[in-house]
Ligand binder design. Structure first.
Ligand SMILES: Cc1cc2nc3c(=O)[nH]c(=O)nc-3n(C[C@H](O)[C@H](O)[C@H](O)COP(=O)(O)O)c2cc1C
Length: 176
């Protein structure tokens, strides 16, 4: 099975996971933005990874459009975000990013990446600044654990990525 691990990454965390996965699955690791239509015809199976942006998976819409040009494409998806891994994350991401029909057949994994404010583009920096101000305006006692975590990681590059997180995804693909 020829495998492509395709990713969209803004500050490098998803790219790191994509490289680890491609290494373990003996597949090719490719940035979605660099791929031409014909590149997609070379593979039997795709693992798509994108970082989270307000619960949406970066680049997934574009990736799905590419999949629609293939006959019976087989793919799974992983998302990378700054929030810790919790039981309710995957169901939430599935309902926000996959159609009802896709939810029945597409497996979705979530991995914790990190946060690197300095590496963000201007628009993202502004969005994060607004979010930070909104959280800071709340009294400490009313802040959710995620909001407290956000404030803590804001000022310095934080990297929570761990290679062993990919084991379940790799085992799943190998079992197919
Ligand atoms: C504007 C913006 C929105 C974000 N929204 C989320 C989110 O909803 N959930 C989350 O876990 N992380 C969120 N993040 C954090 C990124 O997903 C996280 O830093 C990720 O590791 C970045 O991966 P990348 O470097 O591959 O793009 C957001 C970051 C930015 C800049």
């Amino acid at each position: 099975m020829r495998i492509a691990v395709v990713y969209t990454s803004t500050t490098g965390f998803t790219q790191k996971y994509a490289k680890w996965i491609a290494e373990d699955l003996d597949g090719d690791c490719l940035a979605l933005k660099d791929m031409k239509i014909e590149d997609f015809y070379k593979y039997d199976f795709f693992v798509y990874g994108g970082s989270l942006h307000a619960v949406g998976i970066n680049g997934l819409k574009e990736f799905k459009e590419r999949m629609e040009t293939l006959e019976n494409p087989k793919w799974i998806v992983f998302a990378v975000g700054a929030t810790p891994v919790k039981d309710d994350v995957v169901p939430l991401l599935m309902s926000e990013n996959l159609t009802k029909e896709e939810q029945k057949r597409i497996k979705l994994f979530y991995f914790r990446g990190g946060f690197d404010y300095d590496a963000l583009n201007f628009k993202d920096k502004m969005m994060m600044l607004l979010l930070k101000l909104k959280i800071k305006m709340k009294p400490q006692k009313d802040r959710t654990p995620d909001e407290k975590g956000m404030i803590n990681v804001y000022d310095q590059r934080t990297d929570f990525s761990q290679k062993k997180s990919i084991d379940r995804l790799v085992a799943y693909v190998r079992s197919l």
